[in-house]
Design a protein around this ligand. Structure first.
Ligand code: TYD
Ligand code: MG
Length: 476
């Protein structure tokens, strides 16, 4: 039955819809701005396969059998290490044969460098690797490999953007491990759309996933994350792959963090830390030392925060500078700091303890190109701002962490013991922390503060002379 004036859509007819290149959210109509991620001009038309009357039934002859769950083998596959500790750690031991991993990150962050080093290590250990370069010529990859000490007999290279031709090489090379650099630059010519479009990226990934599973090849796909959304971003592929890794850092800083965003074969809590050097990426097992190397503790506005990334504690220096503004609306800037959180903290400081910065510029940053977005950084950031405003430095041997509520109260944070353990290991003597913290962690003494105002008094950052409470005096 049909109604007059209504189109019958569906059976046997090919339809189209729109998908955001940046966040993969579908939309039935084209709109200028994605309703989900808010990016402009990222919606792209994709064809939807016609719904045929028979599509719900399987092809003749193909049959699957449902089984009781207890009779299904639990063999997830054993990860094979690549030989780069910081990378293997994030992967929970290495790459599982037949698994597909997506490595996402901004252009220039070091994805190709990391993977070339990783596959060279795997080739050195006797695994056969095929490195597919769809961005750089074979000679460019070779010269980089030479610089990285990655020339290995078992490392095979093909520089081509036609994925059909690349897949033909699988029979020749019989690889155990394949890297496709990048998924946005390979294409299947039969699928008319342009390389990098949502349709091409998905189709190519489908083919690569199919081959990976069929031949038990561990496959790593490189995916660029572009702010402009000009290419289909890795989010378009997240559901297709087993593991999604994100490689992050500031291009102008040497430090890089690798984390698992999705991992079908293990936890997503491990974080790998690398430093970009002249001869490639070097794992940094002791990242706190690197991050604090250039610290000048006598400067007002500098605070050390015991942060956590996944399961790893890192000591990060936060800096604030409060300066006279010459602008009608003063600047509030946060590099590596959540700007919404910064505004919230400034409002709390103004309303709850009367420390106003109206008419002043406030610059804040997390040193070393690290991003600190956890609320556990609130107290450290607030005290860095007040320290700069008062022009009084915070003692060099003190770390600070705690979340601040809208009332100015200091709230507890996760993984306190891990944070404080790292501070103690690095030789810090005092910590200013929420009430839930222990009194002592080894030789580190904790001042437990109920309110941000108490921390200000404890550090003598304010002009008022009201003495701190007994609990606070004990650790001065
Ligand atoms: P690259 O791996 O090409 O980044 P991506 O594949 O993510 O686009 O790395 C690019 C940057 O890394 C480039 O700016 C130069 C720098 N680099 C080094 O500093 N040292 C090195 O040994 C290499 C190979 C690159
Ligand atoms: Mg690259």
């Amino acid at each position: 039955m049909s109604y007059p004036g209504r189109k019958v859509v569906g059976v046997g007819r090919s339809r189209s819809m729109y998908v955001c290149r940046s966040c993969a959210t579908p939309s039935p109509n084209w709109v200028g701005r994605c309703g989900s991620c808010g990016e402009w001009n990222t919606l792209e038309e994709v064809a939807v396969a016609p719904r045929s009357a028979s599509s719900r039934t399987s092809a003749p002859g193909a049959s699957v059998t449902a089984r009781p769950i207890e009779s299904v083998s639990a063999d997830d596959g054993v990860p094979v290490p690549l030989g780069i500790d910081e990378l293997d750690g994030v992967l929970g031991g290495g790459l599982v044969p037949g698994s597909v991993t997506l490595l996402g990150g901004e252009p220039g962050i070091g994805k190709s460098t990391l993977l070339l080093q990783a596959v060279a290590a795997a080739a050195r250990a006797g695994r056969r690797v095929l490195y597919v370069s769809a961005e750089e010529s074979a000679s460019q990859v070779r010269s980089r490999a030479q610089r990285l000490g990655a020339l290995e007999p078992e490392l095979w290279l093909v520089a081509d953007t036609d994925l059909g031709r690349v897949l033909d090489q699988y029979d020749e090379v019989e690889p155990d491990l394949v890297v496709v650099d990048s998924i946005q630059t390979v294409h299947l010519p039969d699928h008319g759309s342009a390389p990098g479009s949502v349709t091409q990226v998905r189709e190519c990934a489908h083919r690569l996933v199919g081959e990976a599973k069929r031949r038990a090849i561990s496959t790593v796909l490189v995916g660029h994350v572009t702010k402009e959304g000009a290419l289909a971003g890795p989010r378009v592929l997240e559901h297709l792959v087993d593991t999604v890794l994100s490689f992050e850092g500031e291009r102008h800083h040497a430090l890089r963090l690798l984390r698992a965003v999705k991992h079908r074969f293990g936890s997503t809590g491990e974080v790998g830390v690398f430093e970009m050097r002249d001869r490639g990426l070097v794992g940094v097992p002791d990242a706190s030392r690197l991050l604090l190397a250039d610290r000048r503790p006598d400067i007002a506005g500098s605070v050390v925060l015991p942060a956590v990334e996944g399961h790893r504690a890192l000591l990060v220096e936060l800096q604030a500078l409060v300066a006279t503004s010459h602008l009608p609306s003063p600047r509030r800037s946060g590099q590596g700091i959540d700007s919404g959180r910064l505004s919230l903290l400034l409002a709390v400081l103004d309303q709850r303890i009367g420390v106003g910065v109206g008419g002043l510029d406030v610059y804040t940053l997390a040193v070393g190109g690290v991003k600190v977005i956890e609320p556990a950084a609130d107290l450290a950031l607030a005290l860095a701002i007040i320290s700069s405003l008062a022009n009084r430095p915070i003692p060099a041997d003190t770390v600070i962490c705690g979340e601040i509520g809208l009332g100015g109260e200091v709230r507890s944070v996760g993984q306190l013991e891990r944070r404080l353990g790292e501070a103690e290991r690095m030789g810090f003597r005092r910590a200013i922390v929420p009430l839930s913290a222990p009194v002592r962690v080894g030789s580190l003494r904790c001042a437990r503060v109920p309110h941000v105002g108490d921390a200000v008094r404890l550090l003598r950052l304010a002009d008022d002379t009201e003495p701190p409470s007994a609990d606070l005096r004990a650790v001065q």
